[in-house]
Design a protein around this ligand. Structure first.
Ligand code: GLU
Length: 352
């Protein structure tokens, strides 16, 4: 005999609907995280233009996490550091030179002053300061840029910050160019191809789309950035190092290029939840080979390098916990970190 399942649905009384709704609302309220908790369970990573390596790095970090995570494009390092300061993103990528300026309130961060809450997590790939010129421009060294049309990078970008330091060292200003264009990285190559600028600069890991586009789509080439001012910058400033863009990565006949560079770093505010940072740092170091497989610029990464190079801001407590557990940082070094934290706080008091 077939079993007949019948369900009689009685229309609920308005009172029972109200009671039911109230119970459901209460239950939802009880289990709904508060705004502060909601922030702590989602990571937002500030990256840069989609034409660079930062955005790929941010998306890769998100993929490696089980925590909900968004990689957000931005104007670049300077904007990211401002966003971290304002709590608009949980973590962000930033060049080591700009990280240093943000910690100590120097250069572009002079007006806002030192960010005593800025913390570093680890560093990533090297970013050579890259000068790309149209071959027919005749520009073969940095000094040839005098009175030429140059894309100097959009405000908020790291390349603009590095260029400004270099210009200062040479006692140049933007007026030493006939035109200082400020297009972002994803638009500058076409500007070069169209002949509207003679050169563009980009502080970025290699290979990257923006440089590849310029070299492949129009007749552009990479130029060495050398000279006594560069040597002085590298000698005097801990966040600058000599850098080489390897031969043949954009074209078979592309020679190795000598320049100077910085390191991409990951930063957060001291206020970003320790547990969230601990989870992010663990996900990266527990599976570093996966991260390295995502981009050739990550090939050289080792834990030793990542927790020592380019980090001017004290380590974030969540990161420090993981590094101590791994035995990568001894208790003595952890105390030094605390002293570094106090030094940053003191230097910001000196500036008040
Ligand atoms: N270094 C650049 C900046 O800070 C971004 C490079 C990239 O997107 O990979 O703005």
């Amino acid at each position: 005999m077939p079993i007949v399942l019948s369900a009689s649905i009685d229309a609920p009384s308005p009172r029972s609907v109200r009671a039911c709704c109230m119970a459901a609302t209460l239950a939802a309220l009880c289990f709904m995280p508060s705004a502060a908790q909601a922030e702590e369970t989602r990571i937002t990573i500030g990256t840069a233009s989609s034409a660079g390596v930062y955005h790929l790095a941010g998306r890769t970090l998100c993929r490696m996490l089980t925590t909900p995570c968004t990689a957000q494009t931005s104007d670049g390092s300077a904007e990211n550091l401002a966003n971290v300061r304002e709590g608009a993103v949980s973590v962000a990528l930033a060049q080591s030179d700009l990280q240093h300026y943000a910690v100590y309130g120097e250069e572009g961060f002079n007006e806002v002053g030192p960010d005593e809450n800025l913390r570093s997590l680890f560093s990533l790939h090297g970013e050579p300061f890259t000068l790309v010129v149209r071959r027919d421009s005749g520009i073969r060294q940095f000094d040839d840029l005098h009175q030429r049309a140059v894309n100097v990078g959009n405000p908020g970008s790291g390349q603009r910050g590095t260029l400004m330091t270099l210009l200062d060292a040479k006692q140049w200003t933007l007026d030493d160019f006939s035109l200082a264009n400020d297009l972002p990285a994803d638009q500058q190559s076409l500007e070069l191809c169209h002949g509207n600028v003679d050169a563009m600069v980009y502080t970025v890991g290699h290979p990257n789309d923006s440089v590849a586009q310029a070299i492949r789509l129009c007749d552009a080439m990479l130029v060495d950035v050398e000279g006594e001012e560069i040597e002085r910058l590298v000698d005097e400033l801990p966040y600058f190092t000599p850098a080489t863009i390897p031969a043949g990565i954009y074209a078979d006949d592309q020679p190795a290029v000598k320049t100077f560079g910085v390191r991409a770093t990951l930063v957060a505010s001291a206020q970003t939840d320790d547990e969230l940072i601990y989870r992010l740092v663990s996900a990266v170091f527990d599976d570093l080979e996966t991260l390295k497989a995502y981009h050739p610029a990550f090939d050289e990464l080792t834990p030793e390098l990542m927790i020592s190079e380019g980090l001017s801001a004290p380590l974030h407590d969540g990161a420090l916990r993981y590094y101590r557990e791994q035995g990568w940082i001894s208790d003595d070094e952890a105390i030094e970190e605390e002293v570094a934290e106090e030094a940053v706080e003191d230097s910001s008091e000196d500036n008040e």
